[in-house]
Design a protein around this ligand. Structure first.
Ligand code: TYD
Length: 219
């Protein structure tokens, strides 16, 4: 359960899945429908968490283990929840977050070596009762997603804050991420909806809105 009356929606997905665009579009559409909506992202979303984001994504940050990384993502998340997410939910706003706890499970768990026990403990301590009401997993064929991301980069339409840490990773890494997300969605079908990310941006946006309507009942 999220806050008093607001709903908490998270978006997850791999490279080129279009989840950030879809998160933005859903936020705009909900706002237009008269629902006060806050769009945020992880890592980041609060002044402290944005500082941690810079550290995490800066290519000059020295190499470190997956546990250190999971702890940093969690530290950022704890502040983001305290400063931005929980207050917004308590005020009745809907919060849409581009990436959240499932990214830690997948990137630091499935694709690295942080154990499920540690990740369970971190989730309990950091997230507590503020679990998402709905998680939309934008699922894409890995090769198609990577091609889409490459095309976006070539066209210069993507705002790059940093060179992508995972850009050069092998296909199998991205396949692992995809399997991880799908596995999480299967384990928690009440919270997670898998959205087919193929096709036009408009087509995916319709799927996203329909799923949100079905799960949360948008008046
Ligand atoms: P970002 O530029 O926001 O990437 P994207 O557009 O793919 O969301 O960078 C965030 C990166 O951090 C992304 O590669 C996924 C990774 N990440 C984790 O490894 N663990 C986490 O808990 C979160 C929230 C993100």
């Amino acid at each position: 359960m999220a806050g008093a009356s607001g709903k908490f929606i998270t978006f997850e997905g791999g490279e080129g899945s279009g989840k950030s665009t879809q998160a933005r579009r859903l936020a705009a559409r909900l706002q237009k429908a008269g629902i006060p909506t806050v769009l945020t992202r992880e890592p980041g979303g609060s002044p402290f968490a944005e500082r941690v984001r810079s550290l995490l994504l800066d290519p000059a940050t020295p190499a470190h283990g997956a546990l250190s990384e999971a702890l940093l993502f969690s530290a950022a998340r704890a502040d983001h929840l305290d400063v931005a997410i929980r207050p917004a939910l308590s005020a009745g706003a809907w919060v849409i977050c581009d990436r959240f706890m499932d990214s830690t499970r997948v990137y630091q768990g499935y694709a690295a070596d942080v154990s499920a026990d540690v990740l369970d403990a971190l989730e309990r301590a950091v997230i507590g009762a503020t679990r998402p009401d709905l998680t939309l997993l934008i699922d894409m064929d890995v090769k198609a997603g990577l091609a889409r991301a490459a095309a976006r980069r070539a066209a210069g339409t993507e705002k790059r804050e940093h060179p992508d840490r995972f850009e050069g990773r092998e296909l199998s890494f991205h396949e692992t991420l995809r399997r991880g997300f799908l596995d999480l969605a299967k384990k928690d079908p009440r919270r997670c909806v898998v959205i087919d990310g193929s096709g036009s941006e408009d087509a995916v946006a319709e799927r996203v809105y329909a799923a949100a309507e079905r799960a949360l009942g948008i008046a």
